[in-house]
Write a protein that binds this ligand. Structure first.
Ligand code: NAD
Length: 258
């Protein structure tokens, strides 16, 4: 018996990294999964690689009409939605002086507006279709440790991930107040060895030195693996976390303990 048997999940940013690994683990645990991404070629390849009941849809999380179209496909194919993972995101570095307004807006659009749209359409869909039995549905927003602690060179990214943290709490409280049986939690990873972080160290003049520098910041002494986050996502989507809502699920090798 899988931990997610009979559940339908929608994962944005599912072509790569944390979204991809979450899709893989959710399928293993019995879910039916729809992944979306702007990288259609990679998304199709990922769906093929994962196998099982997984469908890829080309989708930009910043486009409202795209959300409506994706939800329509999910409902036509599966008849309901139980878990939404807002995983699409972009990384950026820059302090307040060097960050252009255009860069700021680009980051907020994907990391913050995209999660807002996801929560809005996720709540509207899950409240209508989630099962009467069990704990109902779950929205899982991938924030970051950068949504909890600041970095001198993360002005736009810090702001976007902090927004996700508090939007999550507002959604959680609204759903609880309305009696919707929809839980909403944020996940806060530190450096996980995905293409986003690989780009940070592989593009450095000395990649090994850069990777070691990242690892030194983590008390456990190494980067996280994508399934460190995927298992948190499985837990939050499952009945095991039925009393958790509005929380910050921190998976960071100890970084925020310092
Ligand atoms: N990897 C880490 O160390 C780390 C740490 C903390 C938080 N996060 C967050 O986790 C999430 C996933 O990151 P990842 O490490 O898997 O990165 P990744 O680059 O491997 O995957 C992100 C995916 O999002 C997609 N995407 C980007 N813009 C999009 C848009 N507008 N619409 C739809 N899809 C879009 C990309 O094409 C990509 O496939 C992001 O929100 C990121 O900020 C990652």
């Amino acid at each position: 018996m899988g931990r997610l048997n009979n559940k339908v999940a929608l994962i944005t940013g599912g072509a790569s990294g944390l979204g991809k690994e979450s899709a893989r683990r959710m399928i293993e645990e019995g879910a039916r999964v729809v992944i979306t991404d702007i990288n259609a070629e990679l998304g199709e390849a990922t769906a093929e690689e994962i196998g099982g009941d997984v469908l890829f849809l080309d989708h930009d999380v910043t486009h409202e009409a795209g959300w409506q179209a994706v939800i329509e496909v999910v409902l036509t194919r599966h008849g309901r939605l139980d878990a939404l993972v807002n995983g699409a995101g972009i990384g950026t570095m820059g302090d307040i002086e060097e960050t252009s307004y255009a860069d700021w807006q680009r980051v907020q659009a994907v990391n913050s507006d995209g999660v807002f749209l996801g929560c809005k359409y996720g709540v509207a869909t899950i409240k209508q279709t989630s099962r009467e039995e069990g704990s109902g549905g779950s929205i899982i927003n991938i924030s970051s440790v950068a949504g909890l602690i600041g970095g001198h060179n993360l002005a736009a990214y810090n702001a976007s991930k902090g927004a996700v943290r508090l939007l999550t709490k507002s959604v959680a409280l609204h759903c609880a107040r309305k009696g919707y049986k929809i839980r909403c939690n944020s996940v806060h990873p530190t450096f996980i060895d995905t293409p986003m972080v690989q780009a940070m160290y592989q593009n450095a003049p000395d990649p090994d030195k850069m990777k070691a520098k990242l690892e030194r910041q983590i008390p456990l002494g190494h980067l996280g693996a994508p399934d460190d986050i995927a298992w948190a996502v499985v837990y939050l989507a499952s009945e095991e976390s039925k009393f958790m809502t509005g929380t910050e699920f921190v998976v960071d090798g100890g970084i925020t303990a310092m």
